[in-house]
Write a protein that binds this ligand. Sequence first.
Ligand code: ARG
Length: 459
Amino acid sequence: MSADKIWSNRFERKTDALMEQFSTSLPFDQKLFDADIAVNKAWAQALAAVGIYTAAEKDDICAALDSIQHDFHANALSFPAGVEDIHSANERWLIDRCGEAGAKIHTGRSRNDQVVTDLKLYLRDHNQALQRAVHSLQSALVETAANHIDTVMPGQTHMRQAQPISFAHYLLALFFQLERDRQRLKDTQTRCNTMPLGSGALAGAAFAVDRHALAAALGFAAPTENSYDATADRDFVNEHLYCCSQIMVHLSRAAEDFIIWSSEGYRFMEVDERYATGSSMMPQKRNPDSLELIRGKSARVIGNQVIGLCLLKGAPTAYVRDLQEDKEPIFDSLQQTIDSALIFAGVVHTLIVYPENMRKALDPALYATDVADYLVRKGLPFRQAHGIVGSLVALAERQGQTLQSLSIDIYRKQSTLFEPDVYSLFDPQASLRKREIIGGTGKKSVETQINRAQELLEL
Ligand code: ARG
């Protein structure tokens, strides 16, 4: 057999040099190395059970795989010439160490079922790592929220002041977004939990290996149901890409909030120096680069999602080499998303909050809804109450006044339902107290949310 490709005997000419570089996946699929060793061991065991290996050969193979794994991590191995990917590298190393027994390892197997099994194992680990990263950000959010139940800030819609909320309420909004993300990761894992090995190239292995035993050995719930589907399936990659995109979109929106609120116009908060950088030119600068990078990386992760979908849309069912292009996007998305969540957790843990600036920023117009509700409580239909308060706001604006500074006479001209107690509405805590509803920004509501959040973090 030629020392070139594992398939080179069928060929008369050598692969073009650029084609060689163009087609190799080794520079990136080395990330699958450990998964590939696990898959090889399980397959050796399965082959022994159907008589391809003697028990002694199987033991030799497993010992050789352990030593390859050791040497690989010690950087003591170099890639044999002509190997195209991590799967053929492992096979070559195994043949180098075990001779004929090594040459039997690919019996009944294809790189098509091998790569997809490796990838599912890799995703299982990284799915969990991403869940842990999201969990640590959620913990940082809940801890910070617990310190800011009484910190009132102007809640905004359309980037305009809307109604007072507590800073804790805002932070918990981020928590519950991320809780959906964490649940989504768990759910995605359930569909990733089927084992393709034994599917061969497309039609199923011609050796009666026990696929249930193989699935159990590799920690999967069950074997895949159809070999043609299993070797061509990358849905689980796309689902993970989506999990990453959705997390990054959440982080990017939150980063945008923090960047705006730490800017000179607001000064509600400041990113700690550990997560900020300076300017090479302007000595005064302290920029929130951690958050800007998270926002920037979200674009890259969304891009990866598009790659995953486009890869499949034109690919005929069954393995095609296009599918090799799934790896860089998914490896990149997982790494960027894990790092972004951990960096954001650091930003939140060390965040410098200025409650006084938040309080000072509260505009009396924030209480307009509470003023309308005051009339509603006295029996006026809401639409009419809304109209009356709208007129008062416009009047105040024309007179260079605020809703709070208008005299009681002016109020009473609009509606005799107004009494002097209307001015007690212009109090952020009073406004929050009215919102003790499930999910509201009232103090008790927020405490309930914190308790629920803590429970969810324990699950
Ligand atoms: N490196 C390949 C990939 O990532 C492995 C499978 C190759 N299979 C093949 N029939 N050429 O998809």
